[in-house]
Design a protein around this ligand. Sequence first.
Ligand code: FPP
Length: 250
Amino acid sequence: MEKLNKDKLPRHIAIIMDGNGRWAKKRILNRVSGHQKGAEAVREAVKTCRELGIEVLTLYAFSMENWNRPKGEVNALMHLLKRYLFEELDEMLENNIRLNAIGDLENLPNKVYKVLTDTIEKTKACKGMILNLALSYGGRDDIIHAVRKIISDCEAKKIKPENITEELFSNYLFTAGIPDPDLLIRTSGEHRISNFLLWQMAYTEIYITDTLWPDFKKEDLIEAILDFQSRERRFGLTSTQIKGRKKKGV
Ligand code: FPP
């Protein structure tokens, strides 16, 4: 922790929490046990990000494609999510964490939707960190959703097509008002972005670790941030330009 440069922290960390199934298989357990252990790793990641002063943590907790998993596994994940929200409310309030959710939330079972919207409402004044859960989320769906709203606002003459900019488009996405992720972490060694935050990750630094999500601890998160801090983010410029800007304090 001491090695971290506090002035160069990512504002927004996004995580693809992969490997719960493999973690369970290695121990001859069922997949749900892997997800249960994964929920513990979620608690640790949230706590660590809050301690470090990260502004936004986005977790890919359930993708649109995950609806196609066996019914028993989907139900277990929904149950885990509901329990997590119930159990973590006090912790979120104590630590000034605001809950937000992105995705087609109306697809969630009623009980999950209810506890989710209640928690969002109860934590809405918290300013310490945003915990952003991607639920029934797909990056392409996010973009299509935004396009539909933009067309409808054009037809209603609220906006003009010539005024559509990247910034305006961003504000029609589920992540409106949230800065783009600086760092994406993917556990369990897969090199894919799996339909996550497609528009938002244009300039995100990607960190992949072989560690399976249930084994992902505070030290692993710090390792990922240290790796991020060692990179030069150029946003399409040359290295010399970046160094010149730094000298001028831009
Ligand atoms: C991917 O592992 C993980 C998921 C599809 C679900 C993520 C859910 C959790 C970490 C637990 C519940 C979440 C919260 C917010 C409390 P996988 O099942 O695809 O693993 P595999 O690729 O090894 O099979």
